[in-house]
Ligand binder design. Sequence first.
Ligand SMILES: [Zn+2]
Length: 471
Amino acid sequence: MLITGLLVWVAPAWADKIVLKNGRKIIAANVTEDASKVYYETSAGQLSIPKSIVDHIEKGLTPAMNSPAAEAANLPITPPPVEATADASAIDSAAVHDGSIDRQYIARVANEAHGGDPGANDKAALAHHAAAQFELAHGDLERALTDERTAITFAPEQPVLLMNLAYLYLKQSEFKQAIDYLERAKRVSANNPDIYKLEGWAYYGMNRPDQAVTEWKKAMTLRPDAETQAALEKAQRDKTEEESYRENESAHFQLKYNGAAAPALAREVLHTLEGHYQRISSELNYSPPEPIGVILYTQQSFADITQAPGWVGALNDGRIRVPVQGLTSMDSELSRVLKHELTHSFIQQKTHGRAPTWIQEGVAQWMEGKRSDENAVVLVQIYDQGQAAALGSLEGSWMGLSGDTARYAYAWALANTEYIVDTDGLGDVERILDRLAAGSSTEQALQEVLHDDYSDLMRSCSEYLKKNYGK
Ligand SMILES: [Zn+2]
């Protein structure tokens, strides 16, 4: 139980991450470079950017496992394009040309719309939509969202634009937002199969396979297609599997457990989780808007279903999954594991999945009550020998690490988090998470909040360990 797994969040199905010097991140496939440029693949083909604006590249963020949320964020079902009329294509090529967005043109049509020109609203909406498409193709989801949201302000009842905005939220794993816009689209265009296809993905991402099935069945009756059929079959399999589980819920949790776990234990788990929920939300000054799914397993079904390595005690891939074989009532170990995994859910939702693994694991361990203690001396030795793992290298998935390296990564992540909390309190952690949620890179967030870069932080952490745990 020392090592608990955080399997999927930091690793969507895309392979690589390009971190720019301004802190922006581009998630893309097949990143390569030569002397002056960095190349990457997008849905719009191969693109390149000058190497001078790139800070570093993180390769190989391959998921160890697919969670519904990760699958929904990388959905094979895409929204339909705007109808290609002559007007629309003219606006499109005026808004984006020569490999960049023409902001002057977009500002001009937006001004015309604000000036009350009746035809100008649609034009401004399409221009912002064209910019959003360009940004999406370049992997810049945040700017794409800003432009698509602006497009909607000019054409609030345009189903295609509402669907495209919902799609961007799906890619951000912000499922509730996606559903809000899809419901808006349904009110305008109740028999549009594409809306139901996308909404199925939103529910699937929220771990609600039964509602996903309802949406996809409706899509199939409106217009059968192979993509939806495949998605529907998958959701039906999940639904059947879960029907053998019993359910229970509390204010913030939906709990499932199979028959072998005692109902009394299930109630105690919910009670304990609600207590942890109150404490973590006051400590991080945040309450997750989405209900949190929890599944209790007997040991064998945990291994069958999660296919996690043997050393994983419990894990959180969007739902908290906890093996409870042999337990009939709550004990301190289980309570600790629940608090650890619940912290992951808070951080995941608070940062929209943008927290690096070392912060996730550092804060989760701190919250469950772990401190550096007997690890401190070894960590300082490793640091003094110049062998400390760069925190930047611990941002991505840890699933490829060996048992020993993983144990060290957990201890080092905890030590750095502990130093931050002991120095200035949990408020700094909260502020770092807020910066990450807004799209800052981790190091940029540290600089803004702590005025430290990674190497400053590691040095201060090592000094803190010496001072507090030194003989
Ligand atoms: Zn963890």
